[in-house]
Ligand binder design. Structure first.
Ligand code: GTP
Ligand code: MG
Length: 386
């Protein structure tokens, strides 16, 4: 397949996805027209409200959610925990220069694209596109050019004005990022407020998360930053702002274990590692009770290419990540169609019951109503007893 064929295929896939999104929105609109029509009277609407509480609000929020263009696996939380280093390892390309100081200044979206392209968006909405298809990121030279270009938009230790970018979108060949899934590096919280708010604002666009925790700083849970962000995500979910997010797919990467083990022959350090592991996994389970234990990783990101155990753990993480990407492919379309089907079922049940009632004789209707009253009475007495 030639390059232009690949381009064409990507273009059609994007076109298909957009038209699919529009179709789901218009199906919701059609259903609303039926629900709001005179034939579907207030009694039927009341029954529907009982079967699907808050359906009008949910439809409005879901219509907004379907049209979100970002389908992000978001890498988040503390500053200097190793988020950008993790992105480099996942891509196998050093696109970001890891730094000891707080560095990432903006939301960095990485997406699969056959040609290298950088799109920046300023806070005032101004967009700029840089075509870098002339570089080959598989070579050291190409990797360096991309890194040197990117740091002007994303690294506040180098580019003082980089905070003004709302987001930076990087397209490069990353075949495991299926469909429109993107990997999103974010500014950490715990650093300057001018950039950390960007991560909080971006949260509703996520379909899943990778939380990176620095175990070298108070077991990674200092000053309650992780619990605070986890709580905001739970709140967003309760408000139905993230209807497609499955909390069980979240991945926790506990990083910088090498900073705890300074001397492998010192047995007291072994105890420290055990205690820290218990402390950090207990805290994760407490803040995120739906976590799968196999989704918590013990990592030394800077040792992945140097040390066997670090490499094995990273490969395990990589497999889980690929599974999460696969599970979340087209999740928005699938989840909203599922909700539409349940609503349609409830609408049909209401209409069918009404029709059955109309077809019955007056005596039959009265007998059925009496039966239902008896049933309600029995259930009420049972409830009171309980
Ligand atoms: N010792 C050690 N250092 C690490 C490890 N992983 C990352 N680092 C270092 O930690 C520093 C911060 O890494 P980054 O990847 O920039 O951290 P970040 O979370 O992206 O930081 P911000 O963008 O500022 O929020 C860098 O100097 C990395 O080289 C690790 O496993 N062990
Ligand atoms: Mg960073």
């Amino acid at each position: 397949m030639g390059l232009s064929d690949v381009n064409l295929e990507t273009h059609f896939k994007e076109f298909d996805r957009k038209s699919m999104q529009r179709n789901v929105v218009s199906m919701f609109d059609d259903l609303l027209k039926i629900i709001e029509s005179d034939e579907y009277d207030s009694h039927l609407r009341q029954c529907l409200e009982k079967a699907s509480p808050g359906y009008l609000i949910h439809i409005a929020k879901r219509k907004k959610d379907i049209l979100k263009s970002d389908h992000g696996i978001v890498i988040a939380v503390e500053t200097s925990a190793g988020k950008s280093t993790l992105v480099n390892k996942i891509l196998g390309i050093r696109v970001f220069k890891g730094r000891n100081m707080e560095s990432t200044s903006t939301i960095c979206k990485i997406r699969n694209s056959d040609k290298v392209i950088i799109k920046t968006e300023l806070d005032n909405g101004e967009i700029d596109v840089k075509d870098m298809s002339n570089i080959d990121v598989k070579t050291k030279e190409g990797e360096k050019i991309l890194r040197e270009t990117l740091k002007n938009f994303t690294d506040m230790t180098i580019a003082k004005g980089s905070e003004k970018y709302k987001s930076v979108d990087v397209g490069l060949p990353v075949s495991f990022l299926k469909g429109n899934t993107i990997l999103v590096d974010t500014p950490g919280i715990g650093g300057s407020e001018t950039v950390s708010h960007k991560m909080k604002e971006y949260l509703p666009n996520a379909v899943s998360f990778i939380f990176v925790i620095n175990v070298a700083s108070a077991g990674g849970m200092q000053r309650d930053r992780l619990p605070e962000i986890l709580k905001s995500i739970i709140d967003l979910q309760m408000d139905d702002e993230m209807p497609c997010f499955d909390p069980r797919s979240v991945i926790f990467v506990t990083n910088k274990w090498d900073s705890i083990i300074r001397d492998p022959d010192d047995s007291s350090e072994e105890d420290e590692v055990k205690n820290t592991w218990k402390q950090v996994t207990d805290s994760i389970n407490e803040c995120w009770p739906l976590v799968r234990n196999e989704n918590i990783f013990k990592m030394n990101l800077t040792q992945v290419n140097k040390e066997e155990n670090s490499k094995l753990e990273f490969n395990k993480f990589r497999k889980v990540l690929e599974m999460v990407v696969k599970e979340n492919e087209n999740i928005r379309i699938r989840e909203h169609l599922r909700y539409l089907c349940t609503l349609l079922d409830d609408v049909c049940t209401g209409v069918r019951t009404r029709q059955e009632l109309i077809n019955r004789s007056r005596e039959e209707q009265e007998r059925k109503a009496k039966e239902h009253r008896m049933k309600i009475y029995e259930l009420n007495s049972k409830c009171e007893k309980v």
